[in-house]
Write a protein that binds this ligand. Structure first.
Ligand SMILES: [Zn+2]
Ligand SMILES: [Zn+2]
Length: 390
């Protein structure tokens, strides 16, 4: 458990996390982290087994803690099939229990992977009451410490309540070799914190929402670090990967501390979810979450820039102005690094902005504009401005 006092209205923040390590060679610390467990079930897929699972297996074997291992087929999706697969294997007793073994079930699920593996394991963990932890293989999305599992079912995608990992092990030497688009998706997901935190500030001042200054500042500092080191991604620099992973941990802990996802997401995430949902409903595989969030960030930033040009509200102008340098740097980065934008159809983007307003009851710039009858006008113009640059 991590906890500290804070001068926000919550007074104290807590997260049910024992610890994390983000460094080169971090995988060797698996033995330290599993010390208090005796029966570890390792879950990975064919790809993540090659990337890190085989090393984790060797460490667990050396310490005598490997209870069972599940290697899922390549590229699993976060659906009932994957979740069922994990559930059936985790609860499969290795041996007949005897008088020396109190429970035939493992006492820790150790996931090795990124999005799907992490999301599915934490859901199983929550449902059967066995703690889980994660050895990360790609810095591709901000959900390592989230307490919800985005899951595909019945032709739709919804986030199901789950649990957070006990510990997170991120070996930058391993993660830097992740597929290129996954690296860009990771930094793109972090860029979303700029619009996300600005939305949170907007909600504080125009909707009387709860806000924690310390957590918001920590998230912005972590995002700035990603931006500062972002161009080093070209060389797959471990420093750059570390900054992204640290950003994920800071925002993930921020979510646990505040009990909501404000520190990680705002309108950019809701628009990205609208695109993702459309793909799922059309039977298509969704794009990488972070790439959609990155495009959503550029779109929402554009709407904020328009608002800055047009509003007479000095307080709002001051608020947005703080973020303008970040927005400009993000835009420059995306152009220079050729970050893919998954959605290019202007009509689809315009519609998704209006849809995003109805998808989540969270006060963002979309609500601010809608309350003033300006949403459609801004959606149309911001989309055209963005699409012209893609
Ligand atoms: Zn606080
Ligand atoms: Zn995200």
């Amino acid at each position: 458990m991590i906890s500290f006092r804070c001068d926000c209205t919550l007074g104290e923040h807590k997260a049910p996390v024992d610890g994390y390590v983000i460094e080169s060679g971090a995988i060797n610390k698996v033995s330290q982290f599993v010390e208090k467990y005796s029966k570890v079930c390792m879950i990975c897929d064919e790809t993540t087994y090659q990337v890190a699972g085989n090393k984790v297996e060797a460490i667990l074997n050396n310490t005598g803690k490997l209870y069972s291992k599940v290697v899922l087929p390549k590229n699993p999706l976060p659906n009932y099939e994957t979740i069922g697969n994990i559930l059936v294997h985790v609860t499969n007793p290795k041996n007949e229990s005897d008088i020396f073994e109190y429970s035939p079930l493992p006492d820790l699920i150790l996931a090795v992977g990124s999005g799907t593996i992490n999301d599915s394991c934490r859901l199983v963990s929550y449902r059967i009451g066995i703690p889980y932890s994660i050895v990360c293989t790609a810095p591709s999305m901000d959900g390592y410490l989230s307490a919800g599992s985005p899951t595909l079912f019945d032709n739709t995608k919804a986030t199901i309540k789950a649990t957070t990992p006990k510990f997170v092990i991120a070996d930058t030497e391993i993660m830097k070799d992740a597929p290129w688009d996954m690296l860009l998706a990771g930094i793109g997901d972090m860029f979303g914190k700029y619009t996300g935190i600005l939305d949170w500030e907007l909600a504080r001042d125009y909707n009387q929402d709860y806000y924690c200054n310390k957590i918001a500042n920590d998230v912005i500092d972590a995002t700035n670090k990603c931006l500062e080191l972002g161009y080093e991604m070209k060389n797959r620099s471990a420093h750059c990967i570390k900054s992204i992973m640290e950003g994920f941990v800071v925002t993930g802990l921020g979510m646990a501390y505040t009990g909501n996802s404000r520190p990680a997401s705002g309108a950019e995430h809701i628009v990205a979810h609208a695109w993702e949902l459309e793909d799922v409903q059309n039977g298509e595989k969704p794009n990488l979450h972070g790439l959609e969030v990155c495009e959503g960030t550029r779109l929402i930033a554009e709407m904020y820039m328009m608002l800055l040009e047009r509003t007479d509200d000095q307080h709002l102008k001051d608020l947005i102005s703080k973020y303008v340098p970040y927005f400009k740097k993000v835009e420059e980065y995306c152009v220079k690094m050729n970050v893919p934008s998954p959605v290019k159809d202007a009509n689809r983007i315009k519609k998704s902005i209006l849809k995003a307003l109805t998808m989540r009851d969270r006060y963002t710039i979309l609500f601010y504009l809608n309350d003033r009858g300006l949403l459609e006008e801004y959606a149309n113009e911001a989309t055209d401005r963005l699409v012209n640059r893609l």
